[in-house]
Design a protein. Structure first.
Length: 312
C-alpha cells in the first residue's frame, strides 16, 4: 500500500482571482488616456488624407502599446509598489494578479500592438512603437529608475514619443512638428513628476527609489523644477513665432505658460511644510491641465482650419 497521502498533494492549477477591473488597472488607464490624447493630436496634425480605419487602428495600437508598457512596468516594480502607499493597491501587490500573469499579459499586448501597427499601417510606425515600449520598460523601468536621480528626465522620452508614432503612422516619415510635440512633453515631464515626488518623497525613500528629492533634497528639486519649467514655457511658445503653429496656440501657450511658471516660482519660494505641500500639489494638478489644454488647442486649430480655411 502506498505511503503517499494523495490528498495532501494539490495538482490543480491555480485559479486567478483577477477580474476585468484588475487587468484594466494593469494598463495604467490614466496614463493611457494622456498617451491616446497626445497621439490623437499628432495624428490629426499630420498632413494629407489618412483613411479613418487606419487612423483608428493606429490610435488603438498606440493605446494598447501604452497599456502593455504599464503592465510590464507593474510586473517589474511589484516589489517597490508594495512598499509605497500610492501604489500598494495595484493588482500585483494586492495578490489579485501574479507577476508571471502580468508579464504574459504585457508581452502579449506589446507583440500584437507592434505587429498590427506594422502590418496594417506601416513598419516605420510599428518599429517606433516597439522602441517606445522597449525604452519605457527596459531603459526607464529596469535600467534607470532604481539607479539614478535622472530617471524621470531620460525616461520621459518614452512618454513623449506617442504623437511622433502617430505622425509616422499617418505619413510614414518624420517632420519638425512631431519633434516639437515630443520636446514639449519631454520638458513637461520633470516638473510634473518632481512635483509629485516632492509630496511623495517618503514613499520613494521607503521603497529605495532614488528620486531627486530623496537623493538631492527638496531645495535642489525645487530649483530643478523651476529651471525645467522655464525651459518648457520657452519651448512650448517657440513654435508660434517660428511659424509652425498658429496664433490661437501661441496665445494659449503664453497664458498657460505664465500660470505654470508662477506656480513653479511658488514651489521654489515656499519652504514651510504646509505651504510647500500646498504649492507642489497645485503645480502637479495644473501641470496635467497645462499639457491637456496645450494639445487641445492644437486640435482646435486643426478643426477650425479645416472648417474655415479662409481665416488662415
Amino acid at each position: 500500500m502506498s505511503v503517499v497521502d494523495h490528498n495532501a498533494i494539490d495538482f490543480s492549477p491555480r485559479i486567478s482571482e483577477a477580474d476585468v477591473a484588475d487587468y484594466i488597472a494593469l494598463l495604467k488607464p490614466r496614463v493611457m488616456s494622456l498617451v491616446v490624447f497626445t497621439a490623437l493630436v499628432g495624428l490629426v496634425m499630420a498632413p494629407g488624407h489618412f483613411h479613418p480605419v487606419l487612423a483608428f487602428t493606429s490610435i488603438l495600437c498606440i493605446a494598447v502599446g501604452a497599456g502593455a508598457s504599464g503592465a510590464l512596468n507593474m510586473w517589474y516594480e511589484s516589489d517597490i509598489d508594495a512598499l509605497m502607499s500610492r501604489t500598494a493597491n495595484r493588482p500585483i501587490p494586492r495578490g489579485r494578479i501574479t507577476r508571471p500573469e502580468a508579464l504574459a499579459f504585457g508581452m502579449t499586448l506589446a507583440f500584437f500592438a507592434v505587429m498590427t501597427l506594422g502590418i496594417l499601417v506601416n513598419w516605420f510606425a510599428g518599429a517606433l512603437l516597439a522602441f517606445t515600449i522597449f525604452f519605457y520598460v527596459v531603459i526607464y523601468t529596469i535600467a534607470l529608475k532604481r539607479w539614478t536621480a535622472q530617471n524621470i528626465v531620460i525616461g520621459g522620452a518614452a512618454g513623449a514619443l506617442p504623437p511622433v508614432v502617430a505622425w509616422t503612422a499617418a505619413t510614414g516619415s518624420l517632420s519638425v512638428e512631431p519633434i516639437l510635440l515630443f520636446l514639449i512633453i519631454f520638458f513637461w515631464t520633470p516638473p510634473h513628476f518632481w512635483a509629485l515626488a516632492l509630496f511623495r518623497s517618503d514613499d520613494y525613500a521607503r521603497a529605495g527609489v532614488p528620486m531627486l528629492p530623496v537623493v538631492a533634497g527638496a531645495d535642489a528639486t525645487r530649483l530643478q523644477i523651476l529651471l525645467y519649467t522655464i525651459a518648457l514655457v520657452a519651448i512650448a511658445f517657440a513654435p508660434w513665432p517660428l511659424g509652425y503653429f498658429d496664433a490661437i496656440y501661441g496665445v494659449t501657450s503664453l497664458v498657460l505658460g505664465s500660470v505654470m511658471l508662477a506656480l513653479a516660482i511658488e514651489v521654489y519660494r515656499r519652504r514651510e511644510r504646509s505651504q510647500a505641500l500646498r504649492a507642489t500639489r497645485k503645480l502637479f494638478a495644473f501641470s496635467i491641465f497645462y499639457l491637456f489644454a496645450l494639445f487641445a488647442t492644437l486640435l482646435v486649430e486643426v478643426v477650425v482650419r479645416a472648417l474655415a480655411p479662409s481665416i488662415w
